[in-house]
Design a protein around this ligand. Structure first.
Ligand code: SF4
Length: 334
């Protein structure tokens, strides 16, 4: 990777990833088609297997098999008692709370050593579900706002890891945001593996400016101020602060409104170069995208064409225009 602070090559996602080091996602095993569910079945997810599977290496985990419950096994549920929430098999009254908590803490520690880029969980499971899991009491369903026991430990102990639920990935905005965070995390980790220096931090931040703005304008400014501290505080402290801010910014979802702001900002770089009719057409495409009439890929393609036509190196070096493989087609939906 170039050490130049400003380099149009750095606008390509592939410049930041090492081909020999795959992007790696933790996953609930049943989503890969493994027959580990309580009834001996699976929950194969075709988008994950057939699309994401071409780009990611999976690290499968089935926490219920992991604590020795076997397949098939009795169903388990979250139960609220006077003091806390327990993980219990209603048919046998066996309580798995402690076993699952201990297993989860140990497993997360182990996974942290493998340095995942993200994690996809199975929805609706009292072990793996990320949200809206039913909690029962003696009268029936008491509420639906819990996380599965394993998922809760994963999220609490590894707050910087991008985590999503397979069901939520059907939402195109959630899907793109998750994959964008995963690729961004991998780029940062690759940078560290290659050897992080102040110059490389500046190059990374420069290439990510528009991407960060599309997620969180205030966070983008904060991260810029941190980069401005290079040389004034110890490098180790600087890199740690920047990493925390980077992950915080990327956690905020990029919305249509934020994309429109970034697209208009990019258009500003070519407003003196473009014939006014073409400028109006791009503006109209940005407006149509903002109104939900056309996908993001349309104004992006128009801008990209003109970035190369007029050789605007600053924009050519923005990862925003090319943050993940186009084959994933994440920006092709309305
Ligand atoms: S949801 Fe989790 S615990 Fe249940 S079968 Fe799938 S991987 Fe195993």
């Amino acid at each position: 990777m170039s050490e130049k602070a400003f380099d149009k090559e750095l606008g390509k996602w592939s410049a930041w990833h090492d081909t020999g080091v795959p992007l790696r996602l933790g996953v609930s095993s049943c989503l890969l088609g493994e027959e580990v569910r309580f009834d001996g079945g699976h929950a194969r997810n075709s988008f994950m297997m057939d699309v994401l599977g071409n780009w990611f290496e999976w690290v499968p985990v089935c926490p219920e098999v992991g604590i020795g419950m076997g397949v098939p096994r009795p169903t388990i549920r979250l139960f609220q008692n006077d003091k806390d929430v327990r993980l219990i098999a209603p048919s046998t009254r066996e309580d798995f709370t402690v076993r699952m908590g201990t297993y989860a803490a140990k497993k997360v520690k182990e996974l942290q050593k493998t340095d995942l880029d993200g994690y996809i969980l199975k929805k609706g499971s009292p072990s793996c579900g990320m949200e809206r899991i039913k909690v029962y009491d003696e009268r029936g369903v008491r509420r639906r706002d819990a996380a599965g026991l394993y998922a809760a430990v994963l999220i609490e102990r590894w707050p910087t890891l991008p985590v999503e639920e397979e069901g939520r990935l059907n939402d195109v905005d959630i899907r793109e945001n998750f994959i964008e965070r995963v690729f961004c995390r991998n780029r940062w980790r690759t940078l560290i593996r290659r050897g992080l220096t102040r110059r490389r931090l500046v190059a990374f931040h420069t290439a990510h400016k528009l991407l960060l703005r599309s997620h969180n304008e205030a966070g983008y400014r904060r991260s810029g101020r941190l980069v401005g501290l290079a040389g004034q505080i110890p490098d180790g402290e600087l890199f740690t602060l920047y990493e925390a801010e980077l992950y915080r910014v990327m956690r905020t979802r990029a919305t249509k409104r934020r994309h429109v702001n970034v697209l208009e900002h990019a258009l500003g770089y070519m407003k003196k170069l473009l014939p006014s009719r073409e400028k109006r057409e791009i503006l109209a495409a940005i407006g149509d995208y903002g109104a939900g009439l056309i996908p993001l890929i349309v104004p992006l393609t128009l801008l990209r064409f003109n970035i190369h036509r007029y050789e605007i190196d600053y924009l050519a070096g923005q990862i925003y225009f090319n943050p993940h493989p186009k084959e994933l087609m994440l920006r092709n939906h309305v």
